[in-house]
Design a protein around this ligand. Structure first.
Ligand code: B12
Length: 172
């Protein structure tokens, strides 16, 4: 339908503060900003067409700027339960600047109704269903729900995550 390119801003929501799992003191000692990298988002990044441009901002390790939103055609976000507050905030920010937003990951999978403000929901493991999202986006859809079939994804067919999108020195 159109030249197939898309600028994707991936935003990893901030975890709630003061959790044991943030390992704050260990990070301080090691000069890192957060223990673990956003493995889900960089896996999704590897499932997108090669000519789509991707920018990753991890709200636990770096600043999100208005310029990032201005650059993007679409925002992808999501994570687990302790990231819910910030994920909902990110969706609000997207709506405020009129950027379509896709939410995925374990928390929306458990509680989709809480995330009804997002344009798209990707429920469950993304490996087999991102292709349906991509087809919908290309034909001009601006909302939809994509749900992984019951059962487990064959992770031997999962692509290598886009580790190149990470700034590795930020992590433990
Ligand atoms: C490793 C792990 C941890 C580690 C590391 C977490 C980290 N920061 O990376 C540790 C031990 C620290 C941890 C801790 C906790 N965890 Co944990 N953890 C996991 C585990 C086992 C694997 C996560 C993972 O990396 N998977 C691999 C990646 C590739 O998968 P993924 O992130 O799910 O991404 C896939 C899809 O979800 C989807 N996807 C993900 N994001 C997005 C975004 C978009 C836009 C799209 C389209 C798709 C998409 O695409 C990916 C490919 O299919 C999961 C269970 C599981 N088997 O998945 C629980 C799980 C995520 N944890 C969970 C919980 C509850 C916790 C704790 C709150 C437990 C507690 N009570 O303290 C803490 C909180 C941590 C914190 N920082 O505050 C729950 C979350 C439930 C929910 N509703 O969100 C899970 C699902 C376990 C469960 N079944 O209950 N955890």
């Amino acid at each position: 339908m159109m030249a197939d390119t898309c600028k994707v801003l991936m935003i990893f929501p901030r975890f709630n503060a003061n959790s044991f799992w943030n390992y704050k003191e260990a990070c301080d000692l090691a000069g890192a900003r957060y223990p673990a990298a956003p493995l889900g988002l960089i896996t999704v990044a590897a499932l997108l067409p090669e000519n789509w441009e991707i920018r990753l901002v991890n709200r636990n390790t770096e600043q999100l700027d208005h310029a990032d939103f201005a650059w993007a055609d679409i925002v992808m976000t999501g994570g687990m339960l302790p990231q819910r507050n910030d994920a909902l905030h990110i969706i609000e920010m997207c709506r405020a600047c009129d950027k379509p937003v896709v939410i995925g990951g374990p928390d929306v999978t458990s509680s989709p109704s809480l995330y009804s403000a997002a344009n798209f929901q990707v429920l469950g493991e993304a490996e087999e269903i991102m292709i349906d999202f991509i087809a919908a986006w290309r034909r001009g859809d601006r909302q939809g729900v994509f749900e992984a079939p019951m059962g487990k994804t064959d992770v031997t067919k999962s692509p290598l995550p886009r580790f190149d999108l990470l700034k590795l020195d930020q992590y433990l």
